[in-house]
Design a protein around this ligand. Structure first.
Ligand code: FAD
Length: 465
């Protein structure tokens, strides 16, 4: 009997345990993608980008003589009606670890089984399952370094090659039209602008990995902090939708000698660590991980935060980062830390305000990595940077963007002849923001020393309580 393969954030053929196992059964396979709430109710850029990933993957499946059936609605009724339509015996999928997916999937598994269907889930989204790594006492890790040591000391499962063939069912059920889902419609910015920067699909992701390992990994450790250098892999965008598998990346880097390759694997393990934390402590996503931070005098959303979102703080490295994200859907990791520190410390605004804006703008949006990153910078997370370590954006810019190349790339007002990325910002922003590249660059919104003192005073008050 046919099997339904329910694809989510695993839009690839390679390094895909569920797909390989399904192909090995010799049964007819029906790949499906469902636009349920987890797709239609996420941030605008990520929603648009997920649609691009789906389109690309549908093409891959067609190349294998298969198809991707598209359906909209709550996943359970969609799966049940599909199963009935084609007389399927079961549904298989790759596990996700965010609270919404876990609850949904557990419910679906139970209902399918109670109705006599086979329901199986597989590992595939991370290097190891979040529960596979535990301390000597069997507890989850809260600190990264011992987590890295534990993970790297064990074998990460090999990445499986793409299956040779996928057996098609005798008849295909109807599919909805991806364009009809208008996943880019909610963008209050130009999807065409983002499209210039996105690197979409399994083949492009693989090329990205190969070229990174060939020409950049050697200098990765030294160069990865300099946002003007093209020195990082860019693979987070592809990992988010499963266009490449983490184990494929791990095993490609593992045999390479040198600090660069090791450091690269360490960064990949941060992603697993974020999933480990999210799995064991789901409140990581929306509450201070350390409850004592509930008493901090965070500001909720405010006019200064709106200027931060628009890249108009007058602090060039901060504005460059926010504009980079708005235009390209990504932001360099060093700059993510700088803009997050500026919002949570100089503007004393709750990290959730920043987390939400990142979720709306990043094409590599990942609930676990985003929340871990924000709580790390804010000081409220496990294994966090202490709050009193306030990044000085001017010093950071001096150190990591000495010649101002990064700042000028994204801020038109700072150049006589602004380049395409800097100008694209004005093309992408909503008209209602009333921005004009010919206008003067804004004055500094907050004096850096005064902002730092204010943040430290609030922190001292928190410590007293
Ligand atoms: P590379 O330097 O090439 O690293 C390789 C891979 O390692 C990345 O693709 C990513 O999967 C992983 N990785 C690297 N650094 C981290 C990290 N700090 N945390 C988790 N995984 C990491 N990453 C996301 O994927 N999605 C997010 O929504 C996200 N939000 C963030 C928010 C804040 C406030 C901060 C400080 C960081 C956030 N990160 C997020 C982590 C990091 O900035 C990005 O993963 C990285 O910039 C992606 O670029 P790259 O693929 O070129 O990374």
């Amino acid at each position: 009997t046919p099997l339904i393969l329910w694809f989510r954030r695993d839009l690839r053929l390679d390094d895909h345990p569920m797909l390989s196992a399904a192909a090995a059964t010799g049964r007819p396979l029906l790949p499906v993608f469902i636009a349920d709430r987890s797709v239609t109710e996420i941030g605008a850029a990520a929603r648009w980008r997920w649609g691009e990933a789906v389109a690309s993957f549908a093409g891959r499946l067609t190349g294998q003589g298969s198809r991707l059936i598209l359906r909209r609605g709550a996943a359970l009724p969609v799966l049940l009606s599909l199963a009935e339509e084609i007389g399927a015996g079961g549904v298989w999928w790759t596990r996700l670890y965010d609270p919404f997916s876990r609850e949904r999937d557990a419910d679906i598994k139970e209902t399918l089984k109670s109705k006599g269907f086979e329901a199986r889930s597989f590992h595939g989204h991370t290097l190891v399952e979040p529960w596979e790594i535990a301390t000597g006492q069997g507890d989850p890790y809260k600190v990264y370094t011992p987590f890295w040591k534990a993970l790297s000391a064990r074998d990460v499962a090999e990445a499986l090659p793409a299956p040779k063939a996928l057996r098609a069912p005798e008849t295909w059920p109807g599919s909805e039209d991806l364009a009809g889902w208008t996943l880019g419609a909610a963008m209050n910015r130009g999807a065409p602008v983002l499209a210039r920067y996105a690197v979409i699909g399994e083949e492009a992701a693989r090329k990205r990995l190969d070229s990174f390992l060939k020409s950049k990994v050697e200098g990765y450790r030294e160069d990865r902090d300099f946002p003007a250098l093209d020195a990082v892999s860019g693979l987070s965008e592809n990992l988010t939708y499963g266009e490449i598998g983490p184990r494929r990346i791990w095993h490609a880097a593992l045999p390479l000698a040198g600090d660069g390759a090791t450091h690269f694997r360490k960064e990949l393990v941060w992603r697993d660590f974020a999933h480990h934390l999210m799995y064991h402590f789901p409140h990581l996503l929306d509450a201070n991980w350390r409850p004592e931070w509930n008493d901090f005098s965070w500001k909720i959303d405010n006019a200064d935060a709106e200027r931060w979102r628009r890249g108009l703080t007058g602090e060039p490295i901060v504005d460059a980062g926010l504009r980079q994200m708005f235009v390209t859907g990504t932001m360099h990791n060093r700059v993510r830390m700088i803009v997050a520190s500026y919002l949570t410390k100089h503007l004393m605004t709750h990290w959730k305000v920043g987390l939400d804006w990142f979720a709306d703008c990043l094409t590599d949006w990942d609930p676990a990595s985003n929340a871990m990153g924000w709580q790390w910078v804010a000081g409220s997370g496990p294994d966090a940077a202490p709050y009193f370590r306030v990044f000085n954006p001017a010093t950071q810019a001096e150190k990591f963007d000495q010649k101002g190349v990064y700042r000028k790339t994204f801020i038109a007002e700072l150049s006589r002849n602004p380049g395409p990325e800097a100008l694209a910002y004005f093309e992408a922003v909503p008209r209602s923001w009333g921005l004009d590249p010919a206008r003067a660059y804004p004055e500094r919104m907050v004096d850096l020393a005064r902002g730092r003192e204010r943040a430290l005073a609030a922190y001292a008050a928190l410590k007293k309580t």
